[in-house]
Design a binder for this molecule. Structure first.
Ligand SMILES: [Zn+2]
Length: 280
């Protein structure tokens, strides 16, 4: 599943291709979307802006509607100039938005909903702007309060809850706990207020560092001095702990551990020496 940084970058690219330009064509294989388009045609409207909210991508139209898409595992948005060959077969097209320069294609996007401002605000799954770690209006103090309210829940699970902190995916979850020096299985209630604040600040910093203009496609939280031993095929090459089970901790040398965690059995990595349970 793409993490918040990936969706943010997609939104930024789509925004550059679409914002402010009149829509010249819209089509979709989803009957609900085409019906919305029949009722209030998007052709002639402009895209006001494109934003990410956690793992949702929102395209706001000048007529007031918003197209909300969620990629889950399979979906992706591509931008092509007219006549440029596509990287996926036409059969994968679910949504296409065109202007005179570009066509934005949503391939195999599994979740696509057209919303009014009201229905968007009422939506239970689309995070609020101020909950998104990549939003300029991100409210860190409110995030600390939501996280604290998770009580007995393990910190790593709480970090993944998009209603608590939108934009943190499974890689950033483990990386945040390591950088913050917090054991991923520690109940939130066992942490000090300062630790919870550190967890929020660290998550925001790590995700934000991966959406800079020159960021590579893969997530980077660790920039070692000796890069000769790392290979691109190694998923953990640029990370502190994720994907590094059994390899020595980059700080203390202890072997990194791996365990499935939470009701969704998401994989978690940590250093047993650098990240101790409160009270140990
Ligand atoms: Zn360590």
């Amino acid at each position: 599943m793409p993490e918040g940084d990936t969706i943010f970058r997609t939104a930024r690219s789509l925004g550059r291709a679409l914002t402010g330009k009149p829509i010249t064509a819209f089509r979709s294989t989803y009957p609900l979307l085409t019906r919305c388009n029949d009722d209030a045609p998007l052709v002639g409207q402009t895209v006001v802006n494109v934003e990410s909210r956690g793992k949702w991508l929102l395209i706001h139209f000048s007529g007031g509607a918003t197209l909300a898409t969620h990629m889950l595992m399979s979906g992706s948005w591509h931008i092509y100039r007219h006549g440029q060959p596509w990287q996926q077969p036409r059969a994968n097209l679910r949504i296409a938005i065109e202007n005179v320069e570009f066509v934005a294609v949503g391939f195999r996007v599994p979740v696509a909903e057209m919303h009014s401002a009201q229905s968007l605000a009422r939506h239970k799954k689309i995070p609020r702007l101020e909950n998104d770690v990549l939003s300029p209006s991100f409210d860190a103090e409110a995030a600390v309060q939501r996280l604290t309210a998770c009580g007995k829940e393990a910190i790593a699970d709480a970090l993944l809850d998009q209603r608590v902190l939108a934009g943190v995916g499974n890689v950033f979850k483990s990386e945040t706990c390591f950088v913050a020096g917090i054991h991923p299985f520690a109940p939130v209630a066992s942490l000090t207020r300062e630790q919870v604040q550190t967890a929020v600040a660290t998550a925001q910093k790590l995700v934000a560092a991966n959406v800079l203009e020159d960021s590579p496609d893969q997530i980077v939280t660790y920039r070692g001095v000796d890069r000769r031993t790392t290979h691109d095929s190694d998923p953990g090459a640029n990370l502190w702990v994720y994907g590094r089970e059994g390899q020595p901790c980059r700080r203390c040398g202890e072997p990194i551990q791996r365990q499935l965690q939470g009701t969704n059995a998401r994989v978690t990595f940590w250093c047993p020496r650098c990240q101790t349970m409160p009270g140990d």
